[in-house]
Design a protein around this ligand. Structure first.
Ligand code: GTR
Length: 325
């Protein structure tokens, strides 16, 4: 009996130690639509390693890649309600919720990827990150999504006229619908995961995205014509549920913020390499890449700006972005 009691006590002590250790460790669940190995997925994993190291294991991050937790728009709702802790998404699907995110989502707002990086790394970027908080999410950092261009299954696009009447999938935001309409084509907003079959079955003629997405989502298999019109340079964003953030100590919050910032250089390095690699892959597999004159595309965007940039605050943001050299 004595032996049993001692044994039971020891077991109980060991069990409580384990519970103690487990409760000191919080695994933050993070969503991404892209497959494992994609630059955004790898950057969030790297961010997680930094967080784990710097919080001495109090927090770690598990990335659910390949849209395991749902399509982008749904995961935005899940992170707002605190069902998931972290999310890496494009700014596009945030447009209906956070007005400030519409500005970096405007066609041809950035002159180049370098211009975008400079703006998002500076005070304008900080201002846009801060705009997330009133909507239930904390903006942590911006990642790179390169430039997006049109691709389709029908024909090479040599000029804006070639787009007339064609049907393209866009991300779920009115800006992109109006952008496509302004170019004389038709837009169908739909989730990323439905694009492949949409093109394959002819529901849409094509879509628009950067080389890594065109390649890894296999859209290049069904849409062989890629035109480098580079109409959008929309940054990606890493956000945390405000409910998760509010449970952290100010020290841990600072660690999370800094780790996110520190993961940006890593993401850009991976991004630059992946862009080149994906372009080479799609070219080798038979995609035709054309380079239409961008000026007529740029000139057609007036109505998009007139409709979406009416608020003086957003107008000012547009002017300040343009002024960044
Ligand atoms: C990609 C972006 C994704 C997603 C996707 C889309 O470039 O990285 O987050 O927004 O585009 O078009 O849905």
């Amino acid at each position: 009996m004595l032996h049993f009691t001692k044994f039971a006590a020891a077991t109980f002590a060991a069990a409580s130690l384990m519970i103690g250790a487990a409760s000191a460790q919080t695994v933050l669940r993070s969503s991404d639509t892209h497959p494992d190995g994609y630059p955004t997925v790898e950057a969030v994993k790297y961010f997680g390693e930094l967080v784990k190291e710097r919080t001495e294991g109090r927090y770690s991050v598990e990335v659910f890649h390949s849209a395991q937790l749902g399509e982008e728009k749904d995961t935005i709702e899940q992170v707002r309600s605190g069902v998931i802790d972290l999310n890496r998404v494009s700014m596009g699907p945030f447009n209906g919720l956070i007005p400030e995110t519409t500005v970096p989502s405007l066609p041809y707002i950035f002159r180049s990827v370098d211009h975008m990086r400079k703006v998002m790394d500076g005070e304008i970027g900080e201002e846009i990150l801060a705009a997330f908080e009133p909507h239930g999410v904390i903006g942590l950092a911006f990642y790179d999504g390169g430039a997006r261009s049109f691709y389709n299954s029908k024909k090479p696009i040599e000029s804006k006229e070639d787009l007339q009447g064609m049907k393209f999938r866009v991300m779920q935001s009115d800006i992109f619908v109006d952008m496509v309409n302004a170019l004389g084509a038709n837009a169908t907003p739909m989730p990323y995961g439905e694009v492949y079959s949409g093109i394959e079955t002819g529901v849409i003629d094509g879509a628009e995205n950067n080389f890594p997405s065109y390649d890894t989502a296999k859209h290049a298999e069904v849409a062989k014509f890629y035109s480098l019109d580079e109409h959008l340079i929309v940054p990606e964003v890493l956000v945390m549920a405000k409910s998760t953030w509010d449970k952290m100590t100010p020290e841990d919050q600072a660690i999370v913020k800094q780790a996110a910032k520190d993961s940006v250089a890593k993401q850009r390095e991976l991004w630059d390499a992946k862009e080149k690699e994906s372009r080479a892959i799609v070219e080798a597999s038979g995609s035709t890449i054309t380079t239409p004159d961008k000026q007529p595309f740029i000139d057609a965007m007036g109505p998009v700006y007139e409709k979406h940039v009416t608020d003086p605050k957003l107008k000012d943001l547009v002017e300040r972005i343009k002024a960044v050299q």
